[in-house]
Design a protein around this ligand. Structure first.
Ligand code: LHQ
Length: 255
Protein backbone atom coordinates (compact mmCIF):
# COMPACT_ATOMS: atom_id res chain seq x y z
CA UNK A 1 0.00 0.00 0.00
CA UNK A 2 1.29 3.47 -0.88
CA UNK A 3 2.48 5.63 2.04
CA UNK A 4 1.09 8.69 0.25
CA UNK A 5 -2.03 8.80 -1.91
CA UNK A 6 -2.85 11.56 -4.35
CA UNK A 7 -6.36 11.98 -5.71
CA UNK A 8 -7.69 14.56 -8.12
CA UNK A 9 -11.18 16.06 -7.92
CA UNK A 10 -11.48 18.66 -10.68
CA UNK A 11 -8.69 21.16 -10.10
CA UNK A 12 -8.09 20.14 -6.46
CA UNK A 13 -5.32 17.64 -5.68
CA UNK A 14 -5.61 15.94 -2.29
CA UNK A 15 -2.43 14.40 -0.90
CA UNK A 16 -3.07 11.94 1.92
CA UNK A 17 -0.27 10.77 4.22
CA UNK A 18 -1.09 7.11 4.54
CA UNK A 19 0.48 5.22 7.46
CA UNK A 20 -2.54 5.38 9.76
CA UNK A 21 -1.26 2.65 12.11
CA UNK A 22 1.73 4.90 12.93
CA UNK A 23 -0.21 8.18 12.85
CA UNK A 24 1.40 8.88 9.46
CA UNK A 25 4.90 9.20 10.92
CA UNK A 26 7.51 10.03 8.29
CA UNK A 27 9.68 7.38 6.71
CA UNK A 28 12.03 7.86 3.79
CA UNK A 29 9.46 6.22 1.52
CA UNK A 30 6.75 8.58 2.74
CA UNK A 31 9.03 11.55 2.04
CA UNK A 32 9.75 10.29 -1.48
CA UNK A 33 6.11 9.68 -2.25
CA UNK A 34 5.14 13.07 -0.79
CA UNK A 35 7.74 14.66 -3.04
CA UNK A 36 6.33 12.89 -6.11
CA UNK A 37 2.83 14.08 -5.19
CA UNK A 38 4.04 17.67 -4.76
CA UNK A 39 5.71 17.43 -8.17
CA UNK A 40 2.40 16.24 -9.64
CA UNK A 41 0.74 19.25 -8.00
CA UNK A 42 2.73 21.51 -10.34
CA UNK A 43 0.41 20.48 -13.19
CA UNK A 44 -1.26 23.74 -14.27
CA UNK A 45 -4.63 21.98 -14.11
CA UNK A 46 -4.21 21.73 -10.33
CA UNK A 47 -5.31 25.02 -8.78
CA UNK A 48 -5.43 24.08 -5.07
CA UNK A 49 -3.77 21.36 -3.01
CA UNK A 50 -4.92 19.71 0.22
CA UNK A 51 -2.49 17.82 2.47
CA UNK A 52 -4.16 15.58 5.04
CA UNK A 53 -3.70 12.31 6.92
CA UNK A 54 -5.39 8.91 6.85
CA UNK A 55 -6.98 7.63 10.06
CA UNK A 56 -6.86 9.56 13.33
CA UNK A 57 -3.59 11.35 12.67
CA UNK A 58 -2.35 14.16 10.45
CA UNK A 59 1.25 13.18 11.21
CA UNK A 60 3.17 12.31 14.39
CA UNK A 61 6.43 13.57 12.83
CA UNK A 62 9.52 11.50 12.27
CA UNK A 63 9.06 7.75 12.60
CA UNK A 64 11.05 7.20 15.76
CA UNK A 65 11.62 3.54 14.89
CA UNK A 66 13.41 4.57 11.70
CA UNK A 67 15.28 7.35 13.49
CA UNK A 68 16.68 5.08 16.17
CA UNK A 69 18.66 3.40 13.38
CA UNK A 70 20.92 6.45 13.66
CA UNK A 71 22.83 8.10 10.82
CA UNK A 72 23.60 11.63 9.78
CA UNK A 73 20.57 13.60 10.99
CA UNK A 74 21.43 16.89 9.28
CA UNK A 75 21.92 15.22 5.89
CA UNK A 76 18.69 13.26 6.37
CA UNK A 77 16.78 16.47 7.12
CA UNK A 78 18.24 18.23 4.09
CA UNK A 79 17.45 15.33 1.76
CA UNK A 80 13.88 14.76 2.94
CA UNK A 81 11.99 17.34 5.04
CA UNK A 82 13.76 20.38 3.55
CA UNK A 83 12.98 19.29 0.01
CA UNK A 84 9.28 18.91 0.72
CA UNK A 85 8.97 22.11 2.78
CA UNK A 86 10.59 24.04 -0.08
CA UNK A 87 8.35 22.26 -2.61
CA UNK A 88 5.27 23.50 -0.72
CA UNK A 89 6.57 27.05 -0.45
CA UNK A 90 7.55 27.20 -4.14
CA UNK A 91 4.29 25.69 -5.39
CA UNK A 92 2.45 28.44 -7.25
CA UNK A 93 -0.94 27.60 -5.81
CA UNK A 94 -2.51 27.50 -2.35
CA UNK A 95 -1.77 24.51 -0.14
CA UNK A 96 -4.23 23.70 2.65
CA UNK A 97 -3.15 21.56 5.59
CA UNK A 98 -6.35 19.73 6.54
CA UNK A 99 -5.36 18.71 10.06
CA UNK A 100 -7.72 15.81 10.63
CA UNK A 101 -6.14 14.55 13.86
CA UNK A 102 -2.97 14.47 15.93
CA UNK A 103 -0.24 16.72 14.58
CA UNK A 104 3.19 16.48 16.21
CA UNK A 105 6.88 17.12 15.64
CA UNK A 106 7.81 17.50 12.00
CA UNK A 107 4.13 16.83 11.16
CA UNK A 108 3.39 20.14 12.90
CA UNK A 109 6.20 21.79 10.92
CA UNK A 110 4.77 20.42 7.67
CA UNK A 111 1.31 21.78 8.53
CA UNK A 112 2.88 25.16 9.29
CA UNK A 113 4.69 25.15 5.93
CA UNK A 114 1.29 25.11 4.20
CA UNK A 115 -0.55 28.31 3.32
CA UNK A 116 -3.74 27.62 5.27
CA UNK A 117 -4.49 25.30 8.19
CA UNK A 118 -7.98 23.96 8.79
CA UNK A 119 -8.40 21.71 11.83
CA UNK A 120 -10.95 19.08 12.69
CA UNK A 121 -12.34 19.51 16.19
CA UNK A 122 -10.79 16.07 16.84
CA UNK A 123 -7.29 17.39 16.05
CA UNK A 124 -4.67 18.26 18.63
CA UNK A 125 -1.19 19.68 18.36
CA UNK A 126 1.93 18.49 20.19
CA UNK A 127 5.41 20.01 19.77
CA UNK A 128 7.01 16.58 20.20
CA UNK A 129 10.62 17.60 19.64
CA UNK A 130 11.43 18.69 23.18
CA UNK A 131 9.79 15.53 24.51
CA UNK A 132 12.64 13.54 23.00
CA UNK A 133 15.40 16.09 23.58
CA UNK A 134 15.42 17.65 20.10
CA UNK A 135 14.99 21.12 18.65
CA UNK A 136 12.11 22.07 16.31
CA UNK A 137 13.18 21.30 12.75
CA UNK A 138 11.72 21.27 9.23
CA UNK A 139 10.76 24.94 9.58
CA UNK A 140 9.37 24.56 13.09
CA UNK A 141 11.19 27.66 14.36
CA UNK A 142 10.75 29.68 11.16
CA UNK A 143 7.02 29.21 10.67
CA UNK A 144 5.96 29.15 14.32
CA UNK A 145 7.83 32.36 15.03
CA UNK A 146 5.86 34.01 12.23
CA UNK A 147 2.53 32.45 13.18
CA UNK A 148 2.69 32.85 16.96
CA UNK A 149 5.49 35.31 17.72
CA UNK A 150 8.70 34.33 19.52
CA UNK A 151 7.48 34.37 23.17
CA UNK A 152 4.47 32.10 22.57
CA UNK A 153 6.31 29.85 20.12
CA UNK A 154 9.25 29.42 22.49
CA UNK A 155 7.06 28.77 25.53
CA UNK A 156 4.96 26.21 23.65
CA UNK A 157 7.79 24.39 21.92
CA UNK A 158 9.73 24.04 25.17
CA UNK A 159 6.71 22.96 27.25
CA UNK A 160 5.55 20.16 24.92
CA UNK A 161 1.99 21.04 25.92
CA UNK A 162 -0.85 19.41 23.99
CA UNK A 163 -2.97 22.10 22.31
CA UNK A 164 -6.61 21.46 21.41
CA UNK A 165 -7.98 22.57 18.04
CA UNK A 166 -9.94 25.33 19.80
CA UNK A 167 -6.77 26.61 21.49
CA UNK A 168 -4.88 26.44 18.19
CA UNK A 169 -7.63 28.54 16.65
CA UNK A 170 -7.52 31.08 19.48
CA UNK A 171 -3.75 31.37 18.96
CA UNK A 172 -4.07 31.87 15.21
CA UNK A 173 -2.26 28.61 14.44
CA UNK A 174 -5.26 27.39 12.42
CA UNK A 175 -7.70 29.53 10.44
CA UNK A 176 -10.78 27.53 11.30
CA UNK A 177 -12.02 24.49 13.21
CA UNK A 178 -14.58 22.25 11.48
CA UNK A 179 -16.65 19.41 12.91
CA UNK A 180 -14.95 16.02 12.59
CA UNK A 181 -18.06 14.40 11.11
CA UNK A 182 -18.17 16.78 8.16
CA UNK A 183 -14.45 17.65 8.04
CA UNK A 184 -13.70 16.19 4.59
CA UNK A 185 -16.72 17.87 3.05
CA UNK A 186 -15.88 21.19 4.71
CA UNK A 187 -12.28 21.03 3.49
CA UNK A 188 -13.40 20.06 -0.02
CA UNK A 189 -15.69 23.09 -0.11
CA UNK A 190 -12.88 25.47 0.93
CA UNK A 191 -10.44 23.88 -1.50
CA UNK A 192 -12.92 24.09 -4.39
CA UNK A 193 -13.53 27.77 -3.63
CA UNK A 194 -9.78 28.47 -3.71
CA UNK A 195 -9.35 26.41 -6.88
CA UNK A 196 -12.05 28.51 -8.56
CA UNK A 197 -10.15 31.71 -7.69
CA UNK A 198 -7.71 33.76 -9.78
CA UNK A 199 -4.85 31.28 -9.39
CA UNK A 200 -2.08 33.54 -10.75
CA UNK A 201 -3.02 36.35 -8.35
CA UNK A 202 -3.22 33.88 -5.45
CA UNK A 203 0.23 32.52 -6.34
CA UNK A 204 1.69 36.02 -6.52
CA UNK A 205 0.07 36.83 -3.15
CA UNK A 206 1.70 33.73 -1.66
CA UNK A 207 5.10 34.81 -2.93
CA UNK A 208 4.64 38.38 -1.72
CA UNK A 209 3.81 37.26 1.82
CA UNK A 210 6.85 34.98 1.86
CA UNK A 211 9.05 37.87 0.75
CA UNK A 212 7.42 40.33 3.16
CA UNK A 213 9.01 38.50 6.11
CA UNK A 214 12.49 39.68 5.10
CA UNK A 215 11.85 42.85 3.07
CA UNK A 216 12.01 46.52 3.93
CA UNK A 217 8.84 48.50 3.25
CA UNK A 218 10.45 50.11 0.23
CA UNK A 219 11.47 46.74 -1.23
CA UNK A 220 8.07 45.29 -0.59
CA UNK A 221 6.22 48.20 -2.19
CA UNK A 222 8.32 47.60 -5.30
CA UNK A 223 7.62 43.85 -5.25
CA UNK A 224 3.90 44.53 -4.93
CA UNK A 225 4.03 46.93 -7.87
CA UNK A 226 5.82 44.33 -10.02
CA UNK A 227 3.43 41.56 -8.99
CA UNK A 228 0.43 43.79 -9.63
CA UNK A 229 1.72 44.58 -13.11
CA UNK A 230 1.88 40.82 -13.71
CA UNK A 231 -1.59 40.18 -12.26
CA UNK A 232 -3.03 42.98 -14.36
CA UNK A 233 -1.93 41.08 -17.50
CA UNK A 234 -3.97 37.98 -16.67
CA UNK A 235 -7.24 36.83 -18.23
CA UNK A 236 -8.58 36.59 -14.69
CA UNK A 237 -8.09 40.31 -14.10
CA UNK A 238 -10.02 41.08 -17.29
CA UNK A 239 -12.73 38.61 -16.28
CA UNK A 240 -12.91 40.02 -12.73
CA UNK A 241 -13.42 43.57 -13.96
CA UNK A 242 -15.94 42.46 -16.62
CA UNK A 243 -17.91 40.45 -14.04
CA UNK A 244 -17.95 43.43 -11.68
CA UNK A 245 -19.33 45.67 -14.44
CA UNK A 246 -21.93 43.10 -15.41
CA UNK A 247 -22.93 42.50 -11.76
CA UNK A 248 -22.29 38.75 -11.95
CA UNK A 249 -19.95 36.23 -10.31
CA UNK A 250 -16.52 36.09 -11.94
CA UNK A 251 -15.59 32.85 -13.74
CA UNK A 252 -11.84 32.66 -13.22
CA UNK A 253 -9.86 30.30 -15.43
CA UNK A 254 -6.57 30.48 -13.54
CA UNK A 255 -4.78 32.04 -16.51
C1 LHQ B 1 4.68 6.42 16.25
C2 LHQ B 1 5.03 7.76 16.31
C3 LHQ B 1 6.27 8.17 15.77
C4 LHQ B 1 6.66 5.97 15.21
C5 LHQ B 1 3.10 7.52 17.24
N1 LHQ B 1 7.05 7.24 15.24
N2 LHQ B 1 5.50 5.53 15.69
C6 LHQ B 1 13.34 13.90 14.39
C7 LHQ B 1 14.42 13.02 14.41
C8 LHQ B 1 15.45 13.07 13.49
C9 LHQ B 1 15.46 13.68 12.38
C10 LHQ B 1 14.39 14.21 11.73
O1 LHQ B 1 13.47 14.98 12.39
C11 LHQ B 1 12.87 14.70 13.46
C12 LHQ B 1 11.64 15.40 13.55
C13 LHQ B 1 10.55 14.97 14.48
O2 LHQ B 1 9.44 14.87 14.04
S1 LHQ B 1 10.93 14.71 16.12
C14 LHQ B 1 9.37 14.38 16.86
C15 LHQ B 1 8.90 12.98 16.57
N3 LHQ B 1 7.57 12.78 17.07
C16 LHQ B 1 7.31 12.57 18.36
O3 LHQ B 1 8.14 12.61 19.23
C17 LHQ B 1 5.88 12.24 18.69
C18 LHQ B 1 5.80 10.82 19.23
N4 LHQ B 1 4.41 10.45 19.43
C19 LHQ B 1 3.70 10.85 20.48
O4 LHQ B 1 4.12 11.58 21.34
C20 LHQ B 1 2.30 10.34 20.55
O5 LHQ B 1 2.20 9.18 19.76
C21 LHQ B 1 1.28 11.38 20.06
C22 LHQ B 1 1.17 12.54 21.08
C23 LHQ B 1 1.65 11.96 18.69
C24 LHQ B 1 -0.11 10.71 19.92
O6 LHQ B 1 -0.41 10.07 21.13
P1 LHQ B 1 -1.62 9.03 21.18
O7 LHQ B 1 -2.81 9.65 20.55
O8 LHQ B 1 -1.73 8.56 22.59
O9 LHQ B 1 -1.19 7.82 20.22
P2 LHQ B 1 -0.12 6.64 20.50
O10 LHQ B 1 1.06 7.21 21.22
O11 LHQ B 1 -0.81 5.50 21.13
O12 LHQ B 1 0.36 6.27 19.01
C25 LHQ B 1 -0.39 5.37 18.19
C26 LHQ B 1 0.59 4.48 17.46
O13 LHQ B 1 1.42 5.30 16.62
C27 LHQ B 1 1.53 3.76 18.41
O14 LHQ B 1 1.87 2.53 17.83
P3 LHQ B 1 1.36 1.14 18.47
O15 LHQ B 1 1.94 0.08 17.60
O16 LHQ B 1 1.84 1.11 19.88
O17 LHQ B 1 -0.15 1.23 18.39
C28 LHQ B 1 2.74 4.67 18.41
O18 LHQ B 1 3.91 4.00 18.79
C29 LHQ B 1 2.77 5.10 16.97
N5 LHQ B 1 3.50 6.36 16.83
N6 LHQ B 1 4.05 8.49 16.93
N7 LHQ B 1 6.66 9.53 15.77
Amino acid sequence: MAEVEATRDGSVLTITLNRPEKLNAFTRTLHEELHAALEAARDPGVRAVVVTGAGRGFSAGQDLGAFSEGGDVASMLRATYHVNVMAIRSLEKPVIAAVNGVCAGAGLSLACACDIRLASDAAFFVPGFVGIGLVPDSGGTYFLQRLLGTPRAFEWMTSNRRLTAAEAHAWGLVSDVLEADSFSAGVAERAAALAAGPTRAIALTKRLYDEAGTSTLEEQLEREAEAQAEAAQTDDFREGVAAFGEKREARFSGS
